[in-house]
Design a binder for this molecule. Structure first.
Ligand SMILES: NC(=O)c1ccc[n+]([C@@H]2O[C@H](COP(=O)([O-])OP(=O)(O)OC[C@H]3O[C@@H](n4cnc5c(N)ncnc54)[C@H](O)[C@@H]3O)[C@@H](O)[C@H]2O)c1
Length: 255
């Protein structure tokens, strides 16, 4: 189980993988701040998790809003945060060139990189000064930054050129960021999920979800968001996990 000392900021936690992560942290005795868009139901989610969970509406691409979120987290967690889990993300599906629609819309490509890559980096960099306020003994972890990529970052499918690029960049930033922050005793890890049953996939309907699940070697089903949250917990608890990307996919390889 997570130590009760976890003070986490979880982005994108109004839904899916982030929500499951916030739930696990709070259920294990930790505290969590949910950061999600103003249009999300983050306030309801935080309320459902009780007094150890708080919601702040913010866009991860905004320097100002994320700065405010850090101050909010410090105040509501009762101490500087020691955990960040970046789950906020978007998944556009557009081809590089479509015979009828023409070239990929450039704004859509830029937006995917802005939200998934720049937003993730923005939260990480602004969390560091907060984590540095934590007093620790010896070689203990001062903080851990956990980012979410995707197996599409390795083997993106048709229509995933923007998404795969943005996730590949998250995979790529993992090691240099861990090296940058090593002397500060802050660890950096990335989880590359396969296919998980979240509202994102549920929207495709039960039949499509079953079909997608049947393509996964073992376990022969979609991942459960609680299994993502379990991996977050394992990363938090294992001090040797640093600078790596964990594929969490039941041996799935995107065709
Ligand atoms: N579900 C899967 O199968 C799967 C697989 C691989 C990777 N992932 C990745 O995991 C992460 C979470 O996915 P999910 O399935 O839980 O998705 P989801 O759509 O259920 O949740 C994503 C959350 O991010 C929030 N968000 C989007 N843009 C934001 C912004 N600019 N600022 C703040 N919040 C923002 C949304 O409001 C939403 O609540 C995403 O990065 C996704 O790419 C998911």
């Amino acid at each position: 189980m997570l130590s009760t000392g976890v003070r986490a900021l979880v982005t994108g936690a109004a839904s899916g993988l982030g929500r499951a992560t916030a739930e696990r942290i709070v259920a294990s005795g930790g505290k969590a701040v949910i950061l999600d868009l103003p249009s999300s139901n983050g306030a309801d989610v935080a309320q459902s998790l009780g007094s150890s969970c708080h919601f702040i509406a913010a866009d991860i691409t905004s320097e100002e809003q994320v700065q405010e979120a850090m101050a909010f987290a410090h105040k509501n967690l009762g101490a500087p945060l020691n955990t960040v889990v970046n789950c906020a993300g978007i998944a556009p599906a557009i081809r590089t060139f479509h015979p009828k629609r023409g070239p990929h819309d450039l704004d859509a490509f830029t937006k995917a990189l802005m939200v998934n890559t720049v937003g993730t980096f923005n939260v990480c960099r602004l969390a560091v000064p907060e984590m540095l306020k934590n007093e620790i003994e010896g070689d203990a972890t001062r903080g851990v930054l956990i980012n979410t990529a995707s197996i599409a970052g390795y083997e993106g499918q048709v229509g995933q050129v923007a998404y795969a690029s943005s996730k590949g960049a998250i995979i790529g930033m993992t090691l240099p960021m861990a090296r940058d922050l090593a002397k500060s005793q802050i660890r950096v890890m990335t989880i590359a999920p396969g296919l998980f049953l979240t509202p994102l996939l549920e929207g495709l309907g039960e039949k499509v979800c079953n079909e997608l699940g049947s393509t996964i070697p073992y376990p022969n089903r979609l991942g459960n968001p609680s299994e993502f949250a379990l991996t977050v917990e394992q990363i938090i608890n294992n001090p040797l996990l640093n600078g790596s990307v964990i594929r969490l996919d039941g041996a799935a390889r995107l065709p």
